[in-house]
Design a protein around this ligand. Structure first.
Ligand code: RUQ
Ligand code: CUA
Ligand code: CA
Length: 658
């Protein structure tokens, strides 16, 4: 369809080429199938993929040469020299790895991987009793789930900006939401969301909708993409009218599910207003369809708005029901039940078919819903949605104040705090910068206005893009990170599986400038860029936080209670408190290990040979594992985490008597 060269040239005069106007008309007329073929794989969408696959066939694994692509400009300016620290944290989802990652910005260095829904032997996540209690177990003590699919990471707010207390991330696969503590940067809670599948978008609220004194996050909202039947009867399984989706509110502090709303259609991404009054979800399956064709049939879907105060009043007034085994109150947010705006809980604002992503501008005025199948973004005015709920706006569509044509495959929008929006164009492999005010002027009828200000090629097919502090009222307009879904030729070839390309873009000036590429193990989706002063991390645990801590070396030893044996161990580099301990074959053994080292960065490990036990204890931390001593003999345990010149000598024997 297009070559890279064409798109580079085209990037110069914004929105000027014939191709763009051709695409505008072509896309408007395209029936879903053609374009979705392009969405499904990059084969159709980009000649890069074609030439790469041709090159592969002809035996050249490396072509096309990445050096032909536009080189980074201005890299030196953003270099973080050895020994210096980055200015920002990126907190990024890890997709189907089930984890969250922390990168430094502008360097792009990976600083941490935070295991959440996955099992991670490096830290012992999913192996220690403490992490298993957070993850949840079956009655036999094994993990309920071992995998997850994280997409969206968002932080807690105070006064419209990050306060560094918490971060939340969804698990699309098994319908759970996790919370990460900002101080230790570790997951401390996981909540199952009842009666949802395809739990996708999340967003914390920014203040209370009613109480002005609560100017911080107290709720987290959750969308759900997949319909499920609330009936197990075989006859209902293929009856779409028996299926529904729920929008969920979780308490930010207790992590308990507060309430749910039954909606028409589905919920995809999620956003919240700065005044706490509204939450919004984009919806691509207004049709309530079960098949691909059904989900594509309507010309318009919706951006759905939730009036939080009214929903909570309805729950309080007892207008709720429950579903299945869940005790969570559910209220009716379907269109039929909400036809009177003055009492409505929900408002369905029509947008072009099958949209993706909804994002709020840092001034709190606009919700931007990306077109995905439509080459547009839809700008919805917050104030006008409130007017609709007040009964002062006739048609929900009248809340739309802009719908600029920006390019092919718009997915997610970020902001610079100067009135500009930056939208990822999946099909065009570009980031497009556009002016919200100009889009509004154009929508009002001024044909001479061009909302698009700049475009930059990215490599390749971006999903999410996000800007520095861009989801807060402190959006500083310095950096933008494009999270690309295909890296193809950007890095040394390593076989079939490619890393993803994260591209850092300088958005401080009129034109966007590519700073550099860094890699990300598949597959990040959304992320946030947080100023480093926001996070106040702790490097040493408080031993008092662990009720089972082995507080002194002389408290070490073996305690037997029938067939249950507890081994109490402590560590100080380069020694464990017990050089050996003895148990009997068939015992259920619990090892509790407290690290007494107080020095920052002095972590010890505990690996137990042939027992599949592997975890770490950070300074002043206590962790425990439980296993059956089913193999008689001598088994060495040893420190896995390099801690001392005598790290290799840090080991002991578990003797299992037959
Ligand atoms: S959302 S790019 Cu668009 Cu979960 Cu992944
Ligand atoms: Cu302790 Cu290595
Ligand atoms: Ca649809």
């Amino acid at each position: 369809m297009k070559s890279r060269q064409e798109s580079t040239i085209e990037a110069q005069p914004p929105q000027s080429s014939a191709r763009r106007s051709f695409l505008g008309t072509a896309v408007a007329g395209i029936a879903g199938a053609g374009l979705t073929a392009a969405l499904a794989g990059c084969g159709e969408a980009s000649s890069d993929a074609q030439s790469a696959s041709q090159a592969r066939k002809s035996g050249d694994a490396r072509a096309p040469d990445a050096r032909a692509a536009p080189a980074a400009e201005g890299k030196a300016q953003f270099e973080v020299p050895p020994g210096q620290l980055d200015d920002y944290y990126i907190l990024s989802s890890g997709g189907h790895s089930g984890e969250v990652r922390v990168f430094g910005l502008p360097s792009g260095r990976t600083i941490k991987r935070i295991p959440v829904f996955n099992v991670d032997p490096m830290v012992g996540w999913g192996i220690t009793n403490e992490s298993k209690a957070i993850l949840g177990c079956k009655p036999d003590g094994s993990l309920k789930y071992r995998t997850g699919d994280t997409h969206h990471v968002h932080g807690s707010y105070t006064d419209g900006t990050y306060d560094g207390r918490y971060f939340w991330v969804n698990d699309k696969l098994n319908g759970r939401m996790a919370r990460i503590r900002g101080d230790y940067m570790e997951c401390d809670h996981i909540t199952d969301i009842p009666n949802v599948q395809g739990f996708h978008g999340i967003f914390p609220d920014k203040r209370d909708p009613v109480d002005p004194a609560v100017n911080r996050t107290t709720r987290v909202f959750c969308g759900a993409e997949f319909h499920i039947p609330f009936s197990a009867k075989a006859a209902d399984v293929n009856d779409a009218s028996k299926y529904a989706c729920l929008f969920t509110c979780v308490d930010a502090d207790t992590m308990q599910v507060r309430w749910q709303v039954k909606v028409d259609g589905n919920m995809d991404l999620c956003a919240t207003s700065y005044d706490g009054k509204l939450a919004a979800c984009n919806q691509y399956n207004s049709e309530n369809g079960l098949t691909f064709q059904e989900m594509m049939s309507l010309e318009r879907d919706a951006c759905v708005f939730f009036d939080i105060a009214r929903i909570e009043a309805a729950v309080k007034a007892g207008k709720a029901f429950t579903l299945g085994d869940s005790k969570v109150p559910v209220v009716d947010g379907t269109k039929a039940a909400n036809s009177d705006p003055k009492t409505a809980l929900t408002c369905y604002v029509p947008v072009p078919k099958n949209p993706h992503g909804v994002n709020v501008s840092p001034d709190g005025k606009y919700f931007v819903c990306s077109g995905k199948l439509s080459p547009t973004a839809t700008v919805v005015a917050h104030e006008l949605v409130l007017k609709w709920f007040a009964g002062e706006l006739k048609d929900p569509r009248d809340a739309v104040v802009g719908e600029p044509e920006i390019g092919l495959g718009p997915l997610h929008t970020a902001f610079d705090g100067r009135g500009n929006a930056y939208t990822t164009l999946f099909l065009d492999s570009q980031i497009v910068k556009w002016s919200i005010d100009k889009a509004i002027a154009q929508f009002k009828g001024d044909k001479s206005v061009q909302p698009v200000l700049d475009r930059i090629d990215v490599h390749y097919q971006p999903g999410h893009g996000y800007s520095s502090m861009g989801e807060t009222k402190e959006a500083d307009g310095k950096f933008y990170n494009s999270g690309n879904k295909f890296s193809k030729d950007r890095f040394l070839p390593v076989g079939p599986l490619h890393v993803e390309t994260e591209q850092l873009i300088d958005i401080g000036g009129d034109r966007m400038r590519l700073i550099h590429d860094h890699t990300a193990y598949p597959e990040p989706h959304d992320a946030i860029i947080v100023r480093r002063d926001v996070l106040k991390t702790k490097q040493i645990y408080d031993m008092a936080d662990f009720p089972h801590a082995v507080k002194a070396f002389d408290q070490s030893g073996v305690v037997r209670d029938g067939r249950k044996v507890t081994v109490r161990l402590a560590s100080v580099a380069p020694m464990y408190s017990l050089p050996h301990f003895t148990v009997k074959q068939g015992d259920e053994v619990t090892i509790i290990l407290t690290n007494h080292d107080k020095v920052e960065d002095l972590t010890h490990g505990f690996g137990l040979s042939h027992y599949d036990v592997n975890f770490i204890v950070n300074p002043q931390q206590t962790a425990s594992v439980t296993f059956k001593a089913d193999k008689p003999g001598v088994y060495w345990y040893y420190c896995t985490h390099f801690c001392h010149a005598l790290h290799l000598e840090m080991r002991g024997r578990m003797i299992v008597e037959a």
